[in-house]
Design a protein around this ligand. Structure first.
Ligand code: ZN
Length: 272
């Protein structure tokens, strides 16, 4: 046991400094986790495209690593798929229509993965279009920033089921210790927002945005939505992501960018 532990520790230290091709991660699936439409894009881009409707994609990402499956984001609740015309929502962040054409459960089933097979998971933050199916995986270790976990919810309701296994983070976290899946702290959209750096053997490095930014035009112009909890933190997080993208020569996949999303391979196809 002692030898194995040391071997793993040494391996982890060595792999961390090697190029992406040495990482353990071997597959990334993108699931369709729903979509949002809203009557006014300028909620996301203050002063720009005022009164122009917007449609956002909503993806989930499943990663295969020799140490186990890792799920990034859970999307809108699967129950929304029961309403083909969508569900109307109005809250402090605006008016939305939420839609889901396929459930997350069905997309996992299609590739032969059971919820209990998923070893670890993380969500970028606690808005409903990201945490909708966390409890589909009641035994899966959830990685979340402490600042997000402890952020008071409406009427003091906890943001997660207190019985769900959780690791509360205070900053970045290398999930399997080999640098292939790294949670990056990117606060601003919410107090404990996080993004994900993945290093795939053929595709190379990819940064998964979470809601650090919602679509490319906002990224190019560094715009901050009106409902973000901190404009200053959001801008700092965008700069941090830009530095990582440059250093890693990474692709930047913006979860809610419908145009980018529609051009990507969806499960059962996958990226290697
Ligand atoms: Zn979102």
């Amino acid at each position: 046991m002692r030898f194995t532990f040391l071997a793993v520790a040494l391996c982890a230290a060595t792999l961390g400094s090697l190029p992406a091709s040495a990482a353990g991660l071997d597959k990334l699936y993108i699931f369709d986790c729903g979509g949002l439409s809203a009557p006014d894009q300028s909620r996301w881009s203050p002063g720009v495209n005022v009164g122009v409707p917007i449609e956002l994609s909503d993806n989930c990402y499943l990663l295969h690593h020799p140490q186990g499956w890792f799920l990034w984001e859970t999307g809108l609740a699967d129950a929304i798929a029961a309403s083909p015309e969508g569900v109307k929502v109005e809250n402090a962040n605006g008016k939305f229509v939420l839609k889901r054409t396929k459930t997350l459960a069905a997309q996992l089933d299609q590739i032969g993965v059971k919820p209990a097979d998923i070893k670890a998971m993380a969500v970028s933050h606690t808005h409903p279009d990201h945490i909708g199916n966390v409890e589909l995986f009641p035994q899966t270790m959830l990685y979340v920033q402490k600042a997000e976990y402890e952020w008071p919810g409406t009427l003091g309701v906890p943001r997660f089921n207190p019985n769900h296994p959780v690791t509360k983070l205070e900053g970045d976290h290398d999930v399997f210790g080999d640098g292939s899946i790294v949670i990056i702290s990117t606060p601003g959209h919410t107090p404990g927002h996080q993004s994900l750096l993945v290093r795939l053997p053929k595709t190379g490095a990819v940064v998964l945005s979470g809601d650090a930014v919602h679509f490319k035009d906002n990224w190019d112009n560094r715009r901050v939505p009106v409902f973000n909890t901190s404009k200053e933190q959001t801008l700092a997080s965008m700069e941090r992501i830009a530095e990582i993208v440059k250093k890693e020569n990474a692709q930047f996949w913006i979860n809610h960018d419908k145009t980018q999303s529609e051009a990507q391979k969806k499960s059962p196809k996958f990226y290697e």
